[in-house]
Ligand binder design. Structure first.
Ligand code: PRP
Length: 189
């Protein structure tokens, strides 16, 4: 079974979760296929949304993604099966600069353009790929929508988290329910 997992935050937490469940990982520097102590279970480390495309094309059996990405790309509307996992939690927040300019147009910097436009119809959205907390230093917008986990990035960039738009959890998904169940059995057996 090949599991497509985004590199970075999700893999870091998933990795800890597997180790906690006594699953050994055979990782080698700069390689993107991680073998595990479970027979036939391998992890392909990929870029976020590629996890979905690889599963959809049958190159990986199941994938893991944050619910923020699933929401942004409306993958829930496609015929896939999914199950929420609990090894990680954070939130998508509406964020603003501490000091606002009165004359500025209501602009939000975010990588979640679709999600923001679903929630805030009248906002002008400045699309970024990440690191939206730079709005202060680059004077891009007074507001941002981004992920907050510990709140340290907000604090370091002198921003305020106003309200939570949604909780974010990892989600395991696939085209076949039995593969998701098999994954569960492998981990929790
Ligand atoms: C996310 C988010 C913030 C940071 C918040 O970035 O965009 O920058 O985490 O975490 P904190 O509340 O614990 O400080 P990520 O590392 O996922 O990369 P990105 O900036 O490319 O989205």
């Amino acid at each position: 079974m090949i599991i497509a997992v985004p590199k970075g935050r999700i893999y870091e937490r998933f990795r800890r979760f597997l180790i906690m469940h006594n699953i050994y990982l055979y990782e080698r520097d700069r390689t993107y296929m991680v073998y595990t102590s479970i027979k036939n279970m391998k992890i392909a480390l990929v870029k976020s949304i590629d996890s979905y495309y690889l599963v959809n094309q049958g190159k990986a059996d199941i994938g893991i993604l944050g619910s923020d990405i699933l929401s942004e790309y409306m993958i829930f509307s496609k015929p896939i099966h999914f199950r929420t996992l609990w090894f990680f939690q954070c939130g998508m927040f509406f964020i603003r600069k501490r000091v606002l300019r009165k004359s500025r147009r209501f602009t939000i910097a975010t990588k979640y353009k679709n999600t923001v436009e679903r929630h805030l119809i009248n906002a002008r959205v400045y699309k970024m790929r990440g690191s939206c907390e730079i709005i202060n230093d680059l004077n891009i917008a007074d507001y941002a929508v981004d992920i907050v986990e510990t709140g340290k990035t907000l604090q370091a960039n002198n921003l305020l988290g106003l309200n939570k738009i949604m909780d974010i959890r990892p989600v395991v998904f696939g085209k076949h329910r039995d593969l998701i169940d098999k994954f569960y059995r492998n981990i929790f057996a």
